[in-house]
Write a protein of this length. Sequence first.
Length: 109
Amino acid sequence: MKVEYQLEKKMTAEEKGVYIYANLLDINQDGKIDMISFLDPEGRGIAVAVDRESNGMMDQIYVLQDVTGDGKLDMDDKLLIEREAIKLFKKKGLKEGQLKLFIEDAEYG
């Protein structure tokens, strides 16, 4: 019985994770990404992250959808999206376009 529980737990852990689309935008046409809009696979808005100073540091974030799978829109959702946005803003040489990201510790609520 213990083996069955461990197998069930492992299968659940493997199933967790979601795809998120990140639209990278250069609003002021200075060659740097200023805004990232995050969408779910259905095209619904998840979040918007903004770098108003164009210095590679996100200074505003708006989260619109539960991405931690707990059924609530809360600080955990903000922290998850913030983490992914910071990773993207720090990357050098990013151009406008869309990225498909797989987030292992995310889940749609």
